[in-house]
Design a binder for this molecule. Structure first.
Ligand code: ADP
Ligand code: MG
Length: 307
C-alpha cells in the first residue's frame, strides 16, 4: 500500500438548521496521505478538519467526492474501509456506565473482533489504565477519558490511526504518553493522522503536513521543505529594553518577546532587512544586536492562512 488515504473532490455542506444557514465546510478537497507517515492536518478553528476526519471515520456523510481508505472506496466497500481506520474523536464522549474494560470489549464487539483476537489488557496497559480497568467511566478524569478514547480507537488494530486534537487542554504527562504511543505505533507500521493546534508539536511530530482553511486545501508538503521554502524570516533585535513597536514597512510584523527582544517577521522576497532596520533607526530605536531566525511552522501557518 502506498496511499493510506486518497481523497478526491471532497465536499461537505451541512444542511441549514433553525436560523443557521447551510454551511459549506469542505469545498472540494484533493489529498493523498502516504502509508506509514505521521501526517499533520492543520488549520484554524472552523477550517473543516473535524469534518474531514469524521467523514473518514464514517461518522459524517460527505456531500460529494471520493474517499478511499487503505485501498477501499468508502462507497463501494464501506465495511472494509471502516475497518482500516481508528479515530480518537475531538469530543470526550465516553459511556459513563461502562468501565474501561467493558468499553473496549463492546467496541471490539462492534468491529466484529473475535474474542481470541482481542487485546484488551494490552491496550489498557498501553494507555496506562490498568489500575482503572474496572472503574466506572464517570469516575475517570478528563485525561483518563482521553486515554480510553485512544484505546477504543485501537481495538480492531487499524492500519490508520486518526487523532483529532488529542492534546488540546491535556497536561504534559498525558501529552508525553500520547506522543510516545504514537511514535511506537508508527514505528510498528501504523499510519498516523493528527490535527493539532500546537504547531510546534506538528513541526516535531509530523513528516508531512496539509493546511486547510475555509474548507480548502492551502498547502500540502513535507514539513522540512515547507519550512525551508516559506517566504518568512525573522529579525530578532536587542533594542536595549525599548519596547515600543515603530511603524514598519508593509508586510513586516513585530512582537516583543518575553525576554524583551523585538522579533520582526517579514517576507524576504518582497522586503529587504535593511528597510526594516532603517525604519527602526528613523523611529529612534537603539539597535544593540541583530540576529536572524528561520521560520517555524507557526509563521508559515500565519502566512498561509492570512485572508
Ligand atoms: P475544525 O475542526 O477545523 O475546527 P469543523 O470541521 O469542526 O472545523 O467545522 C467546519 C465548519 O463547519 C465550521 O464552520 C462549523 O461551524 C461547521 N460545522 C461543523 N459541524 C457542523 C454541523 N454538525 N452542523 C452544521 N455546521 C457544522
Ligand atoms: Mg475540530
Amino acid at each position: 500500500m502506498t496511499h493510506a488515504i486518497e481523497i478526491a473532490g471532497l465536499r461537505k455542506t451541512y444542511a441549514p438548521q433553525g436560523n443557521a444557514p447551510a454551511k459549506e465546510a469542505l469545498k472540494g478537497v484533493d489529498l493523498t496521505i502516504p502509508a506509514g507517515s505521521i501526517f499533520g492536518l492543520l488549520g484554524p478553528n472552523g477550517a473543516g478538519k473535524s469534518t474531514m476526519i469524521n467523514i473518514l471515520a464514517g461518522l459524517v456523510n460527505k456531500t460529494a467526492g471520493k474517499v478511499v481508505i487503505w485501498g477501499f472506496d468508502q462507497d463501494v466497500n464501506p465495511r472494509q474501509s471502516r475497518a482500516a481506520i481508528g479515530v480518537m474523536p475531538q469530543e470526550l464522549n465516553v459511556d459513563p456506565f461502562f468501565t474501561p474494560r467493558a468499553s473496549l470489549e463492546v467496541q471490539a464487539g462492534l468491529y466484529g473482533v473475535p474474542k481470541e483476537e482481542r487485546w484488551t489488557d494490552e491496550l489498557l496497559e498501553l494507555v496506562g489504565l490498568t489500575d482503572q480497568a474496572n472503574a466506572y467511566a464517570r469516575t475517570l478524569s478528563g485525561g483518563m477519558r482521553r486515554r480510553l478514547l485512544l484505546a477504543k480507537a485501537l481495538v480492531h488494530r487499524p492500519q490508520i490511526l486518526v487523532l483529532d486534537e488529542p492534546t488540546a487542554g491535556v497536561d504534559i504527562t498525558l501529552r508525553e504518553m500520547l506522543w510516545n504511543n504514537v511514535r511506537k505505533l508508527n514505528e510498528a507500521g501504523m499510519t498516523i493522522i493528527l490535527t493539532t493546534h500546537y504547531l510546534e508539536e506538528a513541526e516535531e511530530m509530523c513528516d508531512e503536513i496539509a493546511i486547510i482553511n475555509h474548507g480548502q486545501l492551502v498547502v500540502r508538503q513535507d514539513t522540512r521543505s515547507l519550512l525551508a521554502g516559506s517566504d518568512a524570516k525573522t529579525l530578532v533585535l536587542d533594542t536595549d529594553g525599548a519596547a515600543r513597536i515603530p511603524p514598519l514597512p508593509e508586510g513586516a510584523r513585530a512582537e516583543i518577546r518575553p525576554d524583551g527582544r523585538m522579533a520582526i517577521t517579514y517576507p524576504p522576497s518582497r522586503l529587504r532587512a535593511d528597510r526594516i532596520i532603517d525604519a527602526l533607526r528613523e523611529a529612534g530605536l537603539p539597535i544593540v544586536d541583530v540576529a536572524t531566525e528561520q521560520p517555524d511552522l507557526e509563521q508559515v501557518f500565519v502566512q498561509m492562512t492570512r485572508d
